[in-house]
Design a protein around this ligand. Structure first.
Ligand code: SF4
Length: 269
């Protein structure tokens, strides 16, 4: 986080709505705050939330690779074009890279993503006796399935979690996208400056072990939605935010800028 975007160090105001939670408390309080954040946002956005698509695990993996640093509508367009242009993933694997790059032109960096997608498909072919399917992941423990996915080129914790959670596997895994990461950082749920990769493990560990896959899915979805609508990158609406009393960043921002409604200088991503 650039220095200019950091809230000044200031004692947060007392948390009257949730008195047992203090943002600067050591171990234990962060988990309680993470759960309180979840419950408040679930009330706001109406959990349990419906699933937004039904892709099989391999489709979801390719979709996730296309989504890197790309608006949802553009990566969705790239995925649709790719599926329309090629009848099977084997055809994508064996096509000229230029043809694949052309098909995914709606995505950012198609010149990098096209060879990466083909590399992943070739790797899958080699590892799975020629079958291009990830359905076998359903039979593995989630940790093993994620480790298997993350051994593929270009696949990190966000992509492995997306495949497990968003695909028809419907497994228990917490993806952390840029919105989720930003909101978590402002709330102090992750240490300042922690990259998104390690943040996956920290944020998932804050959730109760007995939560089911839907609850973990909801957790990501509500925090992501909050980041898109209220806790935006440039202009967080702290005075309208149901998390303000839990949020050191929001409290400092409101104290520093009593009338502030817009802060174009923030560069948190
Ligand atoms: S109080 Fe402000 S910074 Fe904190 S979560 Fe809400 S909108 Fe984001």
């Amino acid at each position: 986080m650039p220095a200019k975007s950091r809230p000044r160090t200031r004692q947060p105001s007392p948390n009257l709505a949730f008195p047992d939670v203090r943002p600067d408390e050591p171990d234990g309080s962060t988990d309680a705050r993470a759960i309180e954040v979840h419950h408040r946002l679930c009330r706001e956005y109406g959990c349990p939330l419906g699933r937004f698509r039904d892709l099989d695990p391999l489709d979801e993996l390719i979709s996730a690779l296309l989504s890197h640093r790309t608006h949802n509508r553009d990566s969705a367009q790239a995925f649709r074009t790719l599926r329309a242009r090629f009848a099977t993933w084997a055809e994508v694997r064996d096509a000229s890279t230029a043809d694949v790059e052309h098909a995914i032109a709606a995505s950012t960096w198609p010149e990098q993503k096209a060879p990466r997608i083909q590399q992943v498909l070739r790797e899958l072919t080699a590892r799975c006796d020629g079958r291009l399917s990830l359905d076998f992941l359903r039979d593995l423990p989630v940790a093993d399935a994620r480790a298997w996915l993350e051994s593929l080129p270009g696949v990190g914790p966000k992509t492995s979690a997306a495949v497990i959670s968003f695909s028809t596997l419907r497994g228990k895994a917490l993806p952390v996208d840029s919105h989720h990461h930003r909101v978590a950082a402002r709330l102090g749920l992750i240490p300042e400056g922690m990259p998104v990769g390690p943040a996956h493990r920290v944020l998932e560990a804050q959730l109760p072990a007995n939560w089911d896959a839907q609850q973990v899915y909801d957790n990501h979805q509500v925090i992501m939605r909050h980041g898109k609508t209220i806790c935006t990158w440039r202009d967080p609406q702290c005075r309208r935010c149901v998390l303000l009393d839990l949020c050191p960043y929001g409290q400092a921002r409101c104290q520093d800028r009593p009338e502030a409604t817009h802060d174009p200088g923030q560069t948190l991503q």
